[in-house]
Each structure stands twice: as structure tokens, then as C-alpha cells.
Design a protein around this ligand. Structure first.
Ligand code: SF4
Length: 387
């Protein structure tokens, strides 16, 4: 297909595709899907080989958020039955992080619900970062604490943070339909603050919130302009008890096209499959490794992921390898500025429940509420974490 040859050539040269080319990827048919994956896979392998970077989420503070992001189970008024707790102590967070590192994670993503940190919160997280760095040699730490005020990014950098995550989530045009308590411009400002402080910027999107193809292309083009080192691609987990709880509109094929389009537009950037991997890609997860070079290991912020061991087996079975701490994630032209990736305010995910006995096979496009499991283990509980 001419389109795919053009996109591969551009991806290898880091040349921006046209909007029409990006839209055409999203419009390809299921008959062309493997060709699309193969083409984007060439770009992925050119910049990242067969390496998969593992990231581990630690939810420092869960629920009780005053903001109203419609997709989020921690939002104001959420009736999702998630764990709710206030700040973990540095040693508790460090223990949770150590479990992820022992499971193969190279980066720990420290996430806290809320509009943004107070200066006292930054002190608290700084202590946590130091504890994690002391106990886990070579680990990268990304903070995700919401909107930053002046000087806070610099303080996190001084404390040893490598990266800061703040997602754009959706297009500027539709942002107001998803969240009313802060703006798209606020989000852009925080990503810029992280960049300016010398932190590796991580910013991504959430697909499946009812957006159009144009919205998806808009947000990915905006991300390319912001130039983060890593782009987490979340697939909405429609939590019951949130305004988007009925938005079951993704298929595994659609998810693969979205990841392929993201790879073509951001060819040399760490593209991470974030929340919703198990819920929406399901048995197609290994194909997605040909597009993304990074995933979260184990559980998400408020929901459970598949067992960490299953993540590792999937990577090996698909012919990929877990990226080691001695390997540099980003291509050389990017690596000098930072290390590249992070968690996600709103990164959510599930546990793949077994389908037992004579249960009817799910139909394509049917809501898969059976795959959404609220997290009940790890940080904030007495149970061992999944890593
Ligand atoms: S995404 Fe972050 S800011 Fe928005 S409601 Fe959830 S925790 Fe709060």
C-alpha cells in the first residue's frame, strides 16, 4: 500500500506525516490491519529494536480528588468502589516500588490524585523519591502529581525525579466536554514546566471517550509539537460510577490502529500501552508490542492488570525482550535530555478473568465489564502487590 510505504519512509526519517495520512491509518480496514502493524513495526524496530520497557505504577494517594475528569474513577463524585487513601509514607511507597523493580520494571511512576501538589506535597514526594532511589540502584522515577506551580518541577528534579507525566488526554476542541475544573491550556503549561526544569516530559492520551478520528489525530499532533520523550496511550476503562461508564466503543483492531497512528506521528518517542491494555486489546496484546515499546507491569492506579508474570511471558513469547537498566531507552539524538516515560493520572487497567465452563463467547464490540476489576492489593492495602 502506497500509504504505508510513505509512512514507513517518513517514520525512519522522523518526518511528520500529513493529517490526512494519519487519518487514513485510522480508516484502514480489518483486511489491511496486519499490513498496518507490520509497517508501524518497522518504524518501532528502527528506533527501539525489540526492547520493551517496563514501568510500575505506585498510587501514592488514591481517590478523593476535587477535579471532575469524566474518565477517572478518582474524580469528584465518583461512585466507583475504588480504594481510597491519603499519602503513602516514603517507606511504604519505596516498598511498593521495590516490588515492581524486582519484577523487571525500569521506571517507577509515582502518581497522586488531586488538582496539583502543594509545596508540602512536593516535600513529601521528594522524600519518597530519595527513598526509592536509595533502595533501588539505577531506577528511573517519574512523578505524576497534577498541575504544577512555578518552581515545583525544579524541586522535583533536585530531589532526583527523572521525568514528569501529565497527559493531554484528548483534543483541545473536546477537552471542555471531558473536564470542566481545569483547561487544556493548564495541561500544556504543566508539560512545558516539566520540560523547562530538565525533566523528561511524558504526556499522552486516552482513547475511547467518544472522540472522533479527527480528535485523535489532533491530540497526537499536539503531543508531537509538545515533544515529550514518552507518550502513554490509554484506552478508556469505563468504570461503573463514572460519567463515561457506558462508553464501550473500542475494539482490539481500533486500539491497534490508534497505536500505529501514534507510532507514525511520534516515531522516535517511547510509545507506551497504558491503562485498558487487557480490557480492550485482550488476546491481541502481543501484536501491540510491534507498535509500542513500553508497557506498565502489573496493576494500574485503581484497577488490576494481568499478573506481572503473564506480562513477562507475553513479551518473551512474542519475541521481544525486557529492556535492562544498562540499556538506554531513547534513540541517541533524544537520550541526552532525559530518559523517557511515565505513568498517568487516569491510567487504569483490569485483570483478565478466565471465561469458564459453558459461558457464551463474547461478541465483537460487546461491553466487557467482566474484565474490569477494582484494585484490592498492593499500595494502600495489606496485600502483596502484583509485579
Ligand atoms: S485524572 Fe487526576 S485530576 Fe482528574 S479526577 Fe482523576 S485524579 Fe483528579
Amino acid at each position: 500500500m502506497d500509504l504505508l510505504n510513505t509512512l514507513v519512509d517518513k517514520g525512519l526519517r522522523r518526518e511528520l506525516p500529513t493529517r490526512d495520512e494519519a487519518l487514513a491509518v485510522l480508516a484502514t480496514s480489518d483486511d489491511d490491519l496486519l499490513d498496518v502493524v507490520a509497517a508501524a513495526g518497522k518504524v518501532r524496530r528502527h528506533w527501539f529494536g525489540r526492547r520493551v520497557k517496563l514501568n510500575y505504577l505506585v498510587n501514592l494517594k488514591s481517590g478523593l480528588c476535587p477535579e471532575d475528569c469524566s474518565y477517572c474513577s478518582q474524580r469528584l463524585g465518583s461512585e466507583a468502589g475504588i480504594l481510597k487513601y491519603t499519602w503513602l509514607k516514603p517507606d511504604q511507597a519505596s516498598d511498593a516500588a521495590a516490588a515492581g523493580v524486582a519484577g523487571g520494571a525500569k521506571r517507577v511512576c509515582l502518581v497522586a490524585s488531586g488538582r496539583g501538589p502543594t509545596d508540602r506535597d512536593v516535600d513529601r514526594v521528594s522524600e519518597t523519591i530519595k527513598a526509592i532511589k536509595e533502595n533501588n540502584e539505577g531506577v528511573e522515577v517519574c512523578a505524576c502529581l497534577g498541575l504544577l506551580s512555578d518552581g515545583q518541577a525544579e524541586r522535583l528534579r533536585e530531589a532526583g525525579a527523572d521525568a514528569y507525566n501529565h497527559n493531554l488526554n484528548t483534543s483541545e476542541a473536546t477537552y471542555g466536554e471531558i473536564t470542566t475544573t481545569h483547561t487544556y491550556a493548564d495541561r500544556v503549561d504543566t508539560v512545558n514546566k516539566a520540560h523547562a526544569a530538565g525533566l523528561s516530559a511524558c504526556s499522552g492520551l486516552i482513547a475511547g471517550m467518544g472522540e472522533t478520528d479527527e480528535d485523535l489525530v489532533d491530540v497526537v499532533f499536539s503531543l508531537r509539537e509538545l515533544d515529550p520523550d514518552s507518550v502513554p496511550v490509554n484506552f478508556l476503562i469505563p468504570f461503573e460510577g463514572t460519567p463515561l461508564g457506558k462508553e464501550w466503543n473500542l475494539t482490539p483492531q481500533r486500539c491497534l490502529r490508534i497505536l500505529a497512528m501514534t507510532r507514525f506521528v511520534c516515531p522516535d518517542v517511547e510509545v507506551r500501552i497504558a491503562g485498558g491494555r487487557e480490557v480492550h486489546l485482550r488476546t491481541m496484546q502481543p501484536l501491540a508490542l510491534h507498535l509500542a515499546n513500553s508497557i506498565f507491569l502489573g496493576d494500574y492506579l485503581t484497577s488490576e492488570g494481568q499478573a506481572g508474570k503473564a506480562d513477562l511471558e507475553m513479551i518473551a513469547d512474542a519475541g521481544f525482550e525486557v529492556e535492562g537498566t544498562d540499556q538506554v531507552t531513547l534513540p541517541e539524538h533524544r537520550a541526552s535530555g532525559g530518559c523517557g516515560s511515565g505513568g498517568g493520572c487516569g491510567s487504569e487497567g483490569p485483570e483478565g478473568n478466565g471465561v469458564c465452563g459453558s459461558a457464551p463467547a463474547p461478541q465483537a464490540g460487546e461491553p466487557r465489564t467482566d474484565l474490569v476489576a477494582v484494585r484490592r492489593r498492593g499500595a494502600g492495602t495489606d496485600l502483596a502487590p502484583n509485579a
